[in-house]
Design a protein around this ligand. Structure first.
Ligand code: FES
Length: 420
């Protein structure tokens, strides 16, 4: 009796998952159903899913029907489990999360590509279905999945009132992790890419009367979208752009021709030194102004600490970081991650992040910026030395070696054991 209940009812059904809510996930396939003699002796129950989809099919035909219809059943997200072992109490939560993530992705077509500065291209992404894309707010970014499967996060540049397209600008990093190179070299007009719906970790608070936007290099991208929005709101703002050379600033033509051109001021380095005069720009702190800064960490730190020194309140300062130059770190090496809760060992090749490698195994991870700047992907490490490459964890946290940003950080040795 107990044997029958275990094999014909208990192990077939993920804990708490109901057919009405998650039909494909409401049943298990049993590992070894093809070749393991014991599993094959379970009267077709290795393919119990067939009983859910086609209850009129007798058990001895489950195996054959499974492969009919151009493998339609085997393409569904039906979870697998071994015959023996504990039921996963969090199954429903995990499946719902994965489904939510799937629904938050959409396909877009590359409609146009333009070179907008030295090594910087802008990409216009249009919907593949219908005419509009989900609305976004200034400061938003999208996660873009490249043909190789790796994901990168890019700020939206275009005005937030546009819904017929998204626009991103990407600098090719020769010494980067490969995402920008792949986009520049392997993606062309007409290609279809998967993206996330826009997310915003760099919100433009629209109530204040005045705004100071300060960009360092490619950090200009979210601030352009903000400038469009501030202009639409008829707010007073200044837009300062710092760069080594004018050739490195994207959209120089547009910056001179957009209607907010009079608010824009370029500050080009002289003799390798920045020329922006912070003592003039930040000299009069006032409670009706917000300062938005976007650039590399050293740049942001410099601007924000200068502002604090000049009397600005910390809550008036908003920043978004661009990941540190990858050449500042050792070249990435291959290593393994062991997921203790999921009982999986996954190889992380040198061109993939831990998130990329884990997600390619069908395991869903929470993330947002994919640049080591928001903290969404921070996870607990049980064993192994961490090679920290993020801008989220404090120096103390990094020294404790207990938390890792899965989107950018790596292992110092051959493996990391994660509490996942
Ligand atoms: S996703 Fe933002 S820090 Fe990793």
């Amino acid at each position: 009796m107990a044997y029958t209940a275990y094999h014909f009812a208990t192990i077939q059904h993920p804990d708490g998952v109901k057919w009405d809510e998650l039909p494909f996930e409401s049943t298990h396939l049993i590992k070894g159903r093809e070749k393991n003699l014991f599993v094959r002796s379970l009267l077709g129950q290795g393919y119990h899913a067939m009983h859910h989809f086609m209850p009129h099919v007798p058990w001895y035909k489950y195996h054959r029907v499974w492969y009919l219809g151009n493998n339609i059943f085997s393409k569904q997200p039906i979870p697998e489990r071994p015959v023996f072992g504990k039921l996963d109490k969090n199954a429903r939560k995990k499946f719902l999360k994965a489904k939510e993530k799937e629904l938050s992705r959409l396909n877009v077509k590359i409609a146009r590509i333009e070179e907008v500065a030295m090594n910087i291209k802008t990409y216009f992404l249009e919907p593949t279905e219908g005419k509009v894309l989900p609305k976004f707010s200034a400061g938003s970014h999208i996660d873009l999945e490249l043909p190789s499967g790796i994901k990168r996060s890019y700020s939206l540049v275009n005005p937030p009132f546009e819904q017929h397209q998204y626009q991103i600008a990407v600098k090719k990093e020769e010494n980067g992790k490969g995402g920008s190179k792949e986009l520049h070299e392997k993606v062309g007009i007409g290609d279809i890419l998967k993206i996330s719906i826009p997310k915003n970790n760099f919100v433009l608070y629209e109530k204040p009367k005045r705004f100071i936007l300060i960009a360092g290099g490619i950090g200009i991208t979210p601030l352009i979208s903000m400038a469009h929005r501030l202009e639409e709101l008829d707010k007073h703002f200044e837009f300062h752009i710092c760069a080594k050379d004018e050739k490195e600033i994207p959209f120089t033509y547009e910056l001179k021709n957009w209607s907010f051109a009079p608010m824009v001021e370029l500050h080009l380095d002289k003799n390798g030194k920045p020329t922006i005069d912070l003592s003039a720009i930040l000299s009069k702190p006032d409670s009706e102004t917000l300062i938005y800064v976007c650039g590399p960490k050293v740049f942001n730190d410099w601007i924000l600490s200068s502002a604090v020194d000049m009397g600005w309140e910390k809550n008036q300062l908003k920043q978004e970081l661009f990941t540190a130059d990858a050449s500042a770190f050792d070249p990435p090496r291959e290593f393994q991650v062991i997921l203790r809760k999921s009982n999986k060992t996954i190889n992380v090749p040198k061109n993939l992040s831990i998130i990329d490698a884990i997600e390619m195994q069908g395991i869903s991870i929470d993330y947002s910026c994919l640049q080591g700047t928001c903290g969404t992907c921070v996870s607990q490490v049980i064993e192994g030395k961490i090679d920290h490459r993020d801008a989220v964890l404090s120096e103390e946290e990094k020294l404790m070696n207990q938390k890792i940003c899965l989107c950018v950080s790596r292992a110092k040795g051959d493996k990391l054991i994660l509490d996942l």
